[in-house]
Design a binder for this molecule. Sequence first.
Ligand code: FE2
Length: 327
Amino acid sequence: MQSRMRPEYYLSQEIFEREQAKIFRKTWLFAGLKTLIPDHGNTMVRMLAGFPVTISNHHGEFQAHHGKTPQAIQAVGQLLFVNLAPDPMPIHDQFSPSFFSSLESCSTAWGPEVLHTVWHAKFNWKLIFENLRDMNHVRFLHGGHFANYLEMTIPVPEKLAEEATQPLADTSAPSLRAELRRFNWGGATPALIPHRRKVPWHAMVQPWGGEDRYYDWQAYPNLHIASGNAGHSFTLECYTPVAPGRTDVELFWIMARKSQDFDFSAQALLANMHGSKKIVGEDIAMLEAIQHVLHRQAPMPHQGAYEAQNSLIERCYSALMETESEF
Ligand SMILES: [Fe+2]
């Protein structure tokens, strides 16, 4: 398949501003965790679509403000989502009921401790999601460790691939929102973890999901959640576009709720974070190398049929960038 993504989508300041207006100031964005502001009076400032947004806990009720203007906020389990549009779309226009309840279910299983770091990466925000949706990258890029740890064959969604090659017939807001719902999915993946390393603390938490399986959620446009140890701990990755060639990649590590008390969870989460530094570090180095050589006359990429999800998103994205259609 031929990609619809033109080089300027990753390079142009004008496109960047169009994305901020038509995607990031229209959709529900991951904006933090309840556990980061657990008590009345706690606040945090998050950069959302280029705006500093203050999120606060007011007697257990979560509020979001840009300056003095209140913004729409919605809790989904432990996760907080904010919508900056003056007339925000209902969150179920973006998240299907099954995706919403899956996010709610997994995040409700999380304990209160969170380890956080940020990577100031030199690539366009779209590249990291495109890489995630290309499951084949795992065996080539992470061949040394991660690829041997997971057992999977990459599914090829032939029907979806065929559909995604066709132009989007209807670009009305309801139709684009129906497309948007298809970009958000998660839970159990086909990848099994047959040789999970059973570190002692795994027996001291209540894992989510109940299978030795890789769990994965993608919430367009700024959140990825994964559990590579069968629901014993979770990584959240939040992607914040800063400029066409700059993206802040935030990593959060959270453990499943403890079933017995122990005092070394900070060390366990730090070990998880070191794992991310290696694996996400391989992704980031490769994506920065792509961004570095990308130029306006670069040829359009080709995709495999297994990348149908990328193709589906590109079809909607190019309609947003090239026409006056809106979500
Ligand atoms: Fe990766």
